[in-house]
Design a protein around this ligand. Structure first.
Ligand code: PMP
Length: 413
């Protein structure tokens, strides 16, 4: 399907009717929700899947032989199957279910990298990363006497690929990159980076948090070693996510959290552990949340990424063109390949003041450092405003947002 036909096939009114929250007002104005990179809204199918789980199937997983226990286990393990298929993982056993990307990165930091690090070693990340793709590496590097290096970006917010590759020196034990920047929308060339890493025998960790809501992901085609994702940005409940890792890595990784569910046999003389992925899933997981993850993926499947991408592309172009016309507005992130995330500042106005006034107009955008201090330092600003769009947003909402921005900007003068 070409972009135009898929855009025509996309019935935005029907899509919006699936998201009950979009119908509410804030401060007496219709809500314009442009904080999707922070967390997405949830379709009824997801809300109902969670509700149904608690009404009809609630029990703990992997422990009980009774029917409810079996149903809860089927829901939880079924979500693993669904996620594995969604990201084209070679095996469901390569998918560790987590509370989100943050937990996934910490698992890799403590269980994969820390045991491999020695003094003088390094972990390579980039200047555009979320703190979740910086701080876990800093913590384990400090323990081992290693360092964290950052590959630079250019003014347009694109990774300088040659520099990233140059920095892949023998002391680098892990390279890390975000698939899509949560501040700039930049899409990084993961395949190319993964190839360079493979040629040097350096494993690559990819933060997929902001890519998953917008594009189909195929971890085998990307060629990385680890891929982390978070459910709540892709229509699913908070507290859900996953780490996909190559089997050979998971098998070599010691457990990070200890407790129930992750053991084979416990004795005071020594405990043996379950095989991956259960080795990394100690304790009771977010079972209802993962019932929601399966429903979220079914929703994306029914919609199709062709339609999502065509609509989001049109929204991004429309919003960018209008914002360029706003006097004194500075855009951050003008990569060739970018997802619908727009960071900006308006001359003479504080980001937080603008966001507060926009909220009074019904427009929800985020202001602040977006958990990306090093990126703010690169641009020499303390904060930006960020409008992040989703497939359920409309051109009319973009117009309302720009009109509100022009209005509140006048108030601040
Ligand atoms: N990485 C990126 C790029 C993100 O945008 C976020 C969420 N803001 C995270 C990691 C962390 O995700 P979570 O808090 O769901 O673990």
């Amino acid at each position: 399907m070409n972009a135009q036909t898929s855009a025509q096939a996309f019935d935005i009114r029907r899509v919006r009717a699936d998201f009950p929250l979009l119908a509410r007002t804030v401060h007496g104005k219709p809500l314009v929700y442009f904080d999707n990179a922070n967390t997405s809204q949830k379709p009824l199918a997801v809300i109902e899947a969670v509700d149904r789980h608690y009404r009809e199937h609630n029990a703990n997983v992997s422990r009980a032989v009774h029917l409810l226990g079996e149903e809860a286990t089927t829901a939880y393990e079924g979500a693993r199957d669904t996620l594995a298929r969604f990201i084209h993982a070679p095996s469901r056993d390569e998918l560790v279910l987590t509370s989100g990307t943050t937990q996934a990165a910490n698992l890799v930091a403590y269980s994969f990298v820390l045991p491999r690090l020695k003094p003088g070693d390094a972990i390579l990340t980039t200047t555009m990363e979320h703190h979740a793709n910086i701080v876990p590496w800093q913590i384990v590097a400090a323990r081992a006497g290693a360092t964290v290096k950052a590959a630079p970006i250019d003014e347009r917010g694109e990774l300088i690929v040659e520099k990233f590759i140059e920095l892949l020196t023998p002391e680098v034990k892990l390279a890390c990159v975000t698939h899509v920047s949560n501040v700039l929308g930049t899409v990084n060339p993961v395949r190319e980076l993964a190839k360079a890493c493979r040629e040097r025998g350096i494993p690559l960790f990819v933060d997929g948090s902001q890519a998953m809501p917008h594009r189909p992901v195929d971890v085998q085609a990307l060629g990385c070693d680890f891929y982390a994702l978070t459910g709540h940005k892709m229509l699913a409940p908070t507290g859900t996510g996953a780490l996909w890792a190559k089997k050979e890595h998971l098998e070599a990784m010691p457990p990070f959290f200890g407790g129930g569910e992750m053991i084979r046999e416990v004795k005071f003389s020594g405990t043996t552990f379950a095989a991956p992925p259960h080795r990394f899933e100690a304790g009771t997981p977010n079972i209802a949340g993962f019932a929601g993850v399966a429903a979220a993926i079914a929703y994306y499947d029914a919609l199709g990424f062709d339609a999502v991408r065509a609509h989001e592309r049109a929204l991004l172009d429309h919003a960018t063109a209008q914002l360029r016309e706003v006097p004194g507005l500075r855009l951050f992130g003008e990569a060739n390949d970018k997802e619908p995330v727009i960071s900006f500042l308006v001359e003479g106005a504080q980001a937080t003041d603008l966001a507060t006034l926009l909220d009074l107009e019904g427009v929800a955008v985020r202001s602040g450092h977006h958990c990306a201090h090093p990126l703010m330092q690169f641009y020499g600003v303390p904060a930006t405003l960020r409008a992040s769009l989703a497939f359920y947003n409309t051109h009319e909402e973009v117009d309302a947002f720009v009109a509100a921005l022009l209005k509140v900007r006048r108030l601040l003068r």
